[in-house]
Write a protein that binds this ligand. Structure first.
Ligand code: GLP
Length: 245
């Protein structure tokens, strides 16, 4: 596990975008696993800037997003489909037919999750998976559990996640209660993983997830077992790990 310390959010975003750029430049038909949340927005902004300069070409890439709220139509302004188009896809040249997200509007969870896993497999698996991390250590929507979930599945969101995500909705009552998410096994199968984390409110969970015991109670802790993980964290997020670095 490689931990890269960034000064602040912008520096973290630039460093993470550099890793993704290198991946796309070295393998133009990369399969990218993408994430939502506030953590990767700066990374997407930086990639768009370099794309506009002519330094990056995504035309050969395929993408798979980690997760999507169950029950939201793709054009709902809080769907991850909408988020990704607003923050990234509308600004770069990934062919629309190679952009993949779980279909939140498909209410048959079993069917949708099986379809999504099969699509990832058919694309040859994820080359580089970008991740953020929730306050309770969740990755994608893999919430703390008694065992690590495997493939794409439907989850009930925890109160902590609903609380954390209500800022994007009119009220906590509007936050969907369920989501489709790649499982921990799906994430661990990615050939490379890049996790971005920033801010003092994540300092405790950063210490627990990356230096504590590997446990499904802290889903991100499993990343300690992956052989190619890069964590780009700002100083605030690493502020409680000073004795360990
Ligand atoms: C959501 C997403 C996660 C994301 C997490 C953290 O729950 N499903 O993929 O990592 O939020 O979000 P943020 O980056 O806004 O802290």
């Amino acid at each position: 596990m490689k931990i890269i310390c960034a000064k602040d959010y912008d520096d973290m975003s630039r460093k993470a975008a550099n890793v993704i750029s290198a991946q796309v430049i070295l393998k133009s038909d990369s399969v990218l696993g993408l994430a939502t949340g506030s953590s990767p927005i700066g990374t997407y902004k930086q990639l768009i800037e370099w794309y506009n300069k002519g330094d990056l070409d995504f035309s050969g890439c395929t993408t798979f997003n980690l997760d999507e709220y169950r029950g939201l139509q793709p054009d709902h302004d809080q769907s991850y489909h909408y988020f990704m188009h607003e923050n990234f896809f509308n600004h770069v040249n990934i062919p629309a037919e190679r952009i993949n997200l779980p279909r939140g509007a498909e209410m048959d969870a079993e069917k949708e999750c099986a379809r999504y896993d099969a699509a990832i497999e058919a694309a040859g698996g994820v080359d580089l998976q970008l991740l953020g991390m929730g306050l309770n250590g969740h990755i994608g929507f893999n919430e703390p559990e008694d065992c690590f979930p495997k493939g794409t599945h439907c989850v009930d969101l925890t109160t902590s996640t609903i609380e954390a995500n209500k800022r994007f909705f009119a009220s906590a009552d509007d936050v969907p209660r369920q989501a489709y998410t790649m499982g921990v096994q799906t994430i661990m199968r990615a050939r490379r993983i890049l996790l971005v984390v920033n801010g003092e409110n994540k300092a405790d969970i950063v210490r627990e997830a990356f230096f504590g015991p590997i446990t499904p109670k802290v889903p991100a802790s499993i990343l300690q077992l992956h052989n190619d993980v890069t964590i780009v964290a700002d100083e605030a997020a690493l502020s409680k790990c000073k004795d360990l670095l």
